[in-house]
Design a protein around this ligand. Structure first.
Ligand code: HEC
Ligand code: HEC
Length: 282
């Protein structure tokens, strides 16, 4: 009895709200619910539930931020149709390194990072903002120029990072363990040829999805050469490339059960670091 009365009342209320809603729509915008960020660690990998554009006023901007992270080459890349929008200097995507749109725990995760800024930066020897940190990846990893501070693109990136910023950030990975033998690019070349070249190609220049100048990016991104990260990038340092390659390459490997030995990871990193790439600041 009580339940049906309640249900009746509830339906009546809903109907009333709907009527008022329709009436009010003419005068002012319908209030939209806030975009609800994921409270548990999100999974935007191809195997996961994927990214859903959140409801709410900020939804479209967050979705644009996701688009920039996953399709950087198409949104702010050097081959975009509008020259004013060419900020990145190469055709990588943020998620070439921050795998799965920054939701992969083992590959430079961006989940939870929003709340850790402003943060002390050893590189700058001062506290920097999240915006400044993004610009560092723009000018080093992406070998490009900074995004204007108040641009829609920077706002979208910050909104996306805020959106996935709720769960606590993953603890920083420990510095890579020293290899049994000093890293050797010669041995690394063998690792490269037998394991990496299948995807990143023998010349290290990667494999495009389409053709040069179509702004569609890579199936397998370049590891060196003119369209790669520059020599000021974190990925050009053992500290970052060794753990990244060890746990994530070949792409698809289970990070808990790496395919490469520690020695192979150091050796192949030595080989990659020794290859030509753009110079930072030029
Ligand atoms: C070539 C690889 C690469 C690419 C591409 C790349 N990054 Fe990074 N990014 C890194 C590395 C390496 C770090 C350093 C991680 C650290 O300091 O522990 C980093 C750090 C960051 C951080 C700070 C994370 C933290 O925990 O403090 C942010 C934010 C970031 N990147 C955003 C971006 C955005 C946005 C893009 C695309 C416009 C991008 N990155 C492209 C390699 C890359
Ligand atoms: C099965 C194909 C495959 C193999 C084999 C592979 N990779 Fe990758 N690698 C990828 C893909 C794909 C990405 C980009 C990730 C994405 O877009 O999700 C990537 C990204 C990278 C990146 C960061 C992005 C960049 O362009 O710099 C590095 C560094 C890297 N791989 C190194 C290696 C090394 C070293 C090996 C050999 C030990 C290797 N990879 C083997 C597919 C592969």
């Amino acid at each position: 009895m009580r339940l049906t009365t309640f249900a009746g009342l509830f339906c009546g209320l809903l109907a009333a709200v709907a009527v008022i809603g329709v009436a009010m729509r003419e005068q002012r915008p319908v209030p939209v619910p806030a975009a609800t960020p994921p409270t548990t660690w999100p999974d935007y990998s191809p195997q996961g539930p994927g990214f859903q554009p959140p409801h709410g006023e900020r939804g479209p901007l967050i979705a644009y931020g996701y688009e920039i992270v996953t399709r950087t080459f198409a949104t702010i890349g050097p081959e975009g149709t509008d020259p004013k929008m060419r900020f990145a200097g190469n055709n990588l995507a943020c998620q070439s390194c921050h795998l799965d749109a920054g939701t992969n725990r083992f590959a430079l995760p961006l989940v939870g990072v929003f709340k850790t800024y402003p943060k002390y930066s050893a590189r700058n020897q001062r506290t920097i903002s999240l915006e400044e940190r993004i610009e560092e990846c723009m000018t080093r990893s992406m070998n490009g120029r900074p995004l204007p501070g108040h641009s829609r693109e920077m706002t979208a990136l910050l909104d996306y990072l805020r959106h996935i910023g709720d769960p606590p950030a993953a603890p920083p990975l420990p510095e890579p363990q020293a290899p049994p033998l000093p890293p050797d690019a010669g041995r690394g070349a063998v690792v490269y040829t037998t394991i990496c070249a299948a995807c990143h190609q023998t010349d290290g220049l990667g494999r495009r999805l389409g053709s040069v100048d179509d702004a569609r990016g890579y199936v397998f991104p370049p590891l060196w050469g003119p369209d790669s990260f520059n020599d000021g990038a974190g990925m050009d340092r053992y500290q970052h490339i060794v753990p990244f390659v060890r746990t994530n390459m070949p792409r698809g490997v289970d990070p808990q059960h790496p395919q490469l030995t520690l020695q192979q990871a150091w050796d192949v990193s030595a080989y990659v670091i020794a290859q030509p790439r753009p110079k930072y600041g030029r």
